[in-house]
Design a protein around this ligand. Structure first.
Ligand SMILES: Cc1cc2nc3c(=O)[nH]c(=O)nc-3n(C[C@H](O)[C@H](O)[C@H](O)COP(=O)(O)OP(=O)(O)OC[C@H]3O[C@@H](n4cnc5c(N)ncnc54)[C@H](O)[C@@H]3O)c2cc1C
Length: 420
C-alpha cells in the first residue's frame, strides 16, 4: 500500500479557505496538528467577504429547534455537529477572536463593525495564529487515495507546476456551484465522486424566480416594500412572508423571494400572490378606493391610482383589472371597485423556473449525507477523507443558517481529523 511508506508533510490538508475550511483548519491546528490550507484564490474567504451584502450574517441567535427548522434539506444530518458547535458557540467563537457581534431583526447576527471583511480577516488570522499554513493561489487538482484511504493531494501553484503534498487526512471544503467567481466551481463534487461518493442533483436555492408573465418586462426594476408574499405550489400555500420584493428583467427577486425560492420545486405549478396593501383588508380597501375616487370625479381611471400604487406599476395594474383605462372615475361601478380592491390584495405572478445555480446564494444538493458520518464528517467510503460546508447535501434558509452549517460542519471535521 502506497500510504504505508509515505512520510507525511502535514497531519491534515484542508481544500478551501472559505468559512468551512478555515474553521476546520483552526480546530485541527488548535489541537496541535500540522495543517495546510490550500485555496485557488489569492485571498482567503472570498465569498465570506460578500455575504450579507458585505455585512456577513454570521449565524442566527434563535433557539436550537428553530435552527433545525431553518435547515429543511437534511437538517437531521446536522443534529450532532450543531449540538457540539451551535449558533451560540459560533457567536462566542467570534467574540473570542475579537469580532464583536450584534443581533438584528429575526435573530440575524452580524459583526458590530458591519463589515464582512472583518469576519474573514479575523478567521484567517486566527487560523494562522493557531499554526495552520494558508497557501493561496493553489488549486487542488486531485485527491490521492489508495485502497480506500486518503494520503494527500496534488495542486497547481502560481507557476502551474504540479505539486504533491502528503497527509493522512484531507478535508474537502470547496463550497458549491454558486457565484463561481468566488472560487466555488464545484471541484469538490468531482473529488467526492472519484472517491466513490454519490452526488445528489445540484440545483439553485435562495435565488430569483423566473416568470414568463407578459407584464414582467414593463415593471423591471420596480421594488415593492412592505408587501406580503405567498408562494403557492400545486395549489397549496407553501411559504408566506412580509418584506421587500423586486421585479427583474425576467422575474422576481428581493429578500422575501430568495427565502420563498427554497420552497420552489421544478415542474410544480407555482405562482406568487403579492398583497400590495397588507395593512388593510379587502373591505377597508374598497372604502378607501371609494373615498379616493370620490375626491377626483373628473379623472379617468388610468390617472386615479397614484395614491395607491407606485407609478411604474399603474399601467400593468390597470390592464389586469380589464377596466377601460379612459373610463371616468365617477362611472366606475361597485363591482369594478371590488375588483380593484381584490387585485390589490392578490396580485399574482406565475413562476416558471428558478434562476441558474450560478446566480443563487446557495447550491442545494451535493455529497450524499448517507455516505458521511454525521458526528465526524468523515467519509464512509474513504478513510481520512472529510467534508465540510456547502459541498455536502445540506442547505438552509436566509438568516445566517448557511454560514452556521459551514462553521458547524467545519468544526466537526477539523476536530475529528485532529484526533486521527
Ligand atoms: C452573495 C451571497 C451572500 C451570502 N450571504 C450569506 C449570509 O449573509 N449568511 C449566510 O449564512 N450565508 C450566506 N451566503 C451563503 C454562504 O456564503 C455559503 O453557504 C458559505 O460561504 C459556504 O461556505 P463553504 O466554506 O462551504 O464554501 P465557500 O465559501 O464557497 O468556500 C469554498 C472555497 O474553496 C475554494 N476552492 C474550491 N475549489 C478548490 C480547489 N480545487 N482548490 C483549492 N481551493 C478550492 C474556493 O476558492 C473557496 O474559497 C451567501 C452567499 C452568497 C453567494
Amino acid at each position: 500500500m502506497k500510504y504505508d511508506h509515505i512520510k507525511y508533510d502535514y497531519d491534515c490538508i484542508v481544500i478551501g479557505a472559505g468559512p468551512a475550511g478555515l474553521m476546520a483548519a483552526c480546530c485541527a491546528a488548535e489541537a496541535g496538528r500540522r495543517v495546510l490550507v490550500l485555496d485557488k484564490n489569492n485571498i482567503a474567504g472570498r465569498k465570506l467577504r460578500i455575504t450579507g451584502k458585505g455585512r456577513c450574517n454570521i449565524t442566527n441567535a434563535c433557539e436550537f429547534d428553530r435552527l433545525m427548522e431553518n435547515i429543511p434539506d437534511n437538517g437531521k444530518f446536522l443534529f450532532s455537529s450543531l449540538k457540539r458547535f451551535s449558533n451560540r458557540d459560533i457567536i462566542d467563537f467570534f467574540e473570542n477572536i475579537g469580532v464583536r457581534t450584534v443581533v438584528e431583526r429575526g435573530g440575524r447576527v452580524f459583526p458590530a463593525s458591519q463589515k464582512a471583511s472583518d469576519v474573514a480577516e479575523a478567521l484567517a488570522a486566527y487560523t494562522e495564529g493557531c499554526g495552520a499554513r494558508i497557501l493561496l493561489s493553489s488549486k487542488v487538482t486531485e485527491i490521492l487515495t489508495d485502497e480506500d484511504t486518503v494520503y494527500g493531494v496534488s495542486y497547481t501553484g502560481g507557476s502551474r507546476d504540479v505539486h504533491t503534498v502528503y497527509a493522512p487526512s484531507v478535508i474537502v471544503a470547496t463550497g458549491g456551484l454558486s457565484y463561481p467567481g468566488t472560487g466555488s466551481t464545484g471541484d469538490g463534487y468531482r473529488f467526492a465522486q472519484n472517491a466513490g461518493h454519490t452526488v445528489t442533483p445540484l440545483r439553485a436555492s435562495l435565488a430569483a424566480l423566473i416568470s414568463k408573465d407578459e407584464f414582467i418586462p414593463d415593471i423591471e426594476g420596480l421594488s415593492l416594500k412592505n408587501v406580503s408574499v405567498v408562494l403557492y405550489s400545486e395549489g397549496r400555500e407553501v411559504y408566506r412572508d412580509f418584506g421587500e420584493c423586486l421585479f427583474t428583467r425576467n422575474g422576481i427577486s428581493g429578500p422575501v423571494i430568495l427565502s420563498a425560492s427554497a420552497y420552489y420545486r421544478p415542474g410544480a405549478h407555482t405562482y406568487i400572490s403579492v398583497d400590495l396593501k397588507p395593512a388593510l383588508d379587502v373591505n377597508m380597501l374598497y372604502e378607501r378606493i371609494k373615498r379616493d375616487f370620490s375626491g377626483y370625479d373628473r379623472k379617468i381611471f388610468a390617472n386615479s391610482l397614484d395614491r395607491l400604487l407606485p407609478r411604474k406599476m399603474i399601467p400593468v395594474f390597470v390592464k389586469r383589472t380589464c377596466i377601460d383605462p379612459h373610463k371616468q372615475v365617477n362611472q366606475i361601478t361597485r363591482e369594478e371597485r371590488m375588483k380593484i380592491a381584490a387585485l390589490l390584495k392578490d396580485f399574482t405572478v406565475g413562476i416558471d423556473d428558478i434562476d441558474d445555480v450560478r446566480n443563487a446564494v446557495v447550491t442545494a444538493g451535493g455529497v450524499c449525507v448517507k455516505e458521511i458520518d454525521p458526528r465526524t464528517m468523515e467519509s464512509l467510503k474513504c478513510r481520512g477523507l472529510y467534508f465540510a460546508g456547502e459541498v455536502i447535501d445540506v442547505d438552509g434558509y436566509t438568516g445566517g443558517f448557511n454560514l452556521t452549517i459551514a462553521f458547524s460542519t467545519g468544526h466537526a471535521a477539523g476536530t475529528a481529523a485532529a484526533l486521527k
